[in-house]
Design a protein around this ligand. Structure first.
Ligand code: G3P
Length: 224
């Protein structure tokens, strides 16, 4: 499973990229608004950091408006993927853009039917929102596993991006289901690194190392 980061915060992207685990980035208007910066400038900075698909979302609701915004965003760089909501206008926009060679990430997917329509319209990616389904007492993982099954049934090329991920267990479950990509907030990525036994193990190694150094009189305490 490829890991994308779900943020418009350039510092978070730079840090996660330095770990060597990032294959792409997803943003949306809410994430962009949190940064309080010009969206175009932020996207250009992200492109300098991550060499992979960078999703940027349109805010128009009509086809012509979406296409006009998409063309401006796509002109920034070849790695920009246009995030379009799954609506009737969104489907028509996706068909048009994919015909022009512009990749679309169809977003706000909450059902298998929406996922099939997104694929039919030519979306390169489809983003089911797991956490938001969990929020309303549904199970986001059921949607995810049904989407994987249906796409596999028909050899559909559209890649699934597990989105609206809220905690590490969402990531593990998505990987076990066999989804293509998970887009993960930075805070969840940090939690994925952690394990109490790792911290305990490091503390034990350091304590034992110090004991050895004082036993042999090595005040510098280096390994070599
Ligand atoms: O990738 C979509 C994501 O940003 C939405 O997450 O937590 O607002 O449902 P959330």
């Amino acid at each position: 499973m490829k890991i994308f980061i779900d943020t418009a915060n350039v510092d978070e992207i730079r840090e996660a990229a330095s770990w060597g685990i990032l294959s792409g980035v997803t943003t949306n208007p809410t994430l962009a608004a949190r940064e309080n910066r010009d969206y175009g400038i932020v996207l250009k900075e992200i492109i300098e950091i991550v060499d992979g698909p960078i999703s940027a979302e349109v805010i128009s609701l009509d086809k012509d408006g979406m296409i006009a915004e998409a063309k401006k965003l796509a002109a920034i760089h070849k790695n920009i993927v246009i995030k379009v909501p799954i609506t009737e206008a969104g489907l028509a926009t996706t068909k048009y853009l994919s015909g022009q060679g512009i990749k679309v990430n169809m977003t706000l997917v909450f059902s298998v039917n929406q996922a099939m329509l997104a694929a039919g319209a030519g979306a390169a990616f489809a983003s089911p929102f797991l956490g938001r389904l969990d929020d309303i007492n549904e199970d986001g993982m059921v949607l995810l596993s049904n989407m994987v099954k249906v796409y596999n049934n028909y050899d559909i090329d559209t890649q699934i991006i597990a989105a609206s991920i809220r905690h590490p267990q969402h990531v593990t479950s998505a990987a076990l289901i066999g989804v293509d990509i998970a887009t993960i907030p930075f805070k969840v990525l940090q939690k994925m690194v952690k394990h109490p036994l790792t911290d305990k193990g490091i503390a034990q190694f350091l304590a034992d190392w110090k004991k050895l150094q004082s036993a042999i009189g090595n005040s510098a305490g280096n390994t070599v």
